[in-house]
Write a protein that binds this ligand. Structure first.
Ligand SMILES: C[S@@+](CC[C@H](N)C(=O)[O-])C[C@H]1O[C@@H](n2cnc3c(N)ncnc32)[C@H](O)[C@@H]1O
Length: 228
């Protein structure tokens, strides 16, 4: 029998939910998910990326997406911590500005969340940059304590530099193949995986291809993003 993870029928599994991700997380039972992906639309990065034409041509879709301030991101972290099983994983997408400035502030009140790994995604696509040009993004692997590796991670062939080119279906599309490998490594068939700010729903696609249930949503529809 499938495990029941939702407290009400307000949100649907295995499909897109138009909602605030914090509300969706609030409907999930405590300690029932082995994996959560989180790809926040953080406010600070737009200020860093204003090369002069942000919001005009190239950055139009990105700059019109709903932004998350630090308080909002911390709200997400509290809820994510609550819904993770002990030793469950949070896969946190960050760009290089947050990587060097640090993401620890986002979960400073949660000492039982620990960074355990880092994956560099080589997007195989050249972006902008004041000095070097951006070609990568980063996935911080965070585990809820107790920190256990062997008992919780079954695939040992995933390199920490991952090459994957993605079709641009959303301003922030993430690599489906990498997310599939991570899901396979930390969950079993039929388990649930959450993505509370799904954007173009790359995690939903990864769940469909790996036989996992998906629970997630976004505050706007992907179509609205595409029009932006
Ligand atoms: C970086 S994108 C996610 C991209 C996604 N990982 C993908 O592969 O397409 C972040 C998303 O967060 C959404 N967002 C912003 N505030 C939100 C909120 N409070 N609840 C849910 N989604 C939110 C934005 O609309 C945006 O689509």
């Amino acid at each position: 029998m499938e495990p029941l993870i939702l407290r009400s029928t307000k949100f649907k599994e295995d499909q897109r939910n138009l909602c605030d991700g914090r509300e969706l997380l609030g409907e999930i039972e405590d300690a029932c998910l082995k994996a959560v992906f989180f790809d926040p639309q953080y406010r600070g990065v737009l200020d860093k990326l204003s090369y002069g034409n942000e919001g005009k041509q190239r950055g139009k879709a990105r700059s019109s997406l709903p932004q998350m301030g630090s308080d909002t991101i911390q709200d997400f972290f509290r809820e994510i911590f609550r819904v993770l099983t002990p030793s469950g994983y949070l896969f946190l997408w960050v760009d290089k500005f947050h990587l060097v400035e640090g993401v620890r502030d986002w979960f400073k009140e949660l000492p039982d969340m620990q960074c355990v790994d880092l994956i560099t995604w080589n997007k195989q696509r050249m972006g902008m940059g004041y000095r070097t040009r951006r070609k990568s993004e980063y996935l911080v692997v965070i585990q809820k304590k107790p920190v256990l590796a062997k008992a919780t991670w079954t695939i040992h062939s995933i390199p920490d530099v991952w090459d994957e080119k993605v079709a641009k279906t959303h301003a922030h599309s993430k690599p489906v193949e990498l997310q599939k490998q991570l899901i396979l490594a930390v969950t079993q068939e039929g388990d649930y995986v959450c993505d509370p700010a799904s954007g173009g729903y790359s995690v939903l696609e990864a769940c469909r291809q790996t036989g996992r249930h998906f629970i997630g949503g976004d505050i706007v529809t992907p179509e609205e993003d595409a029009e932006a």
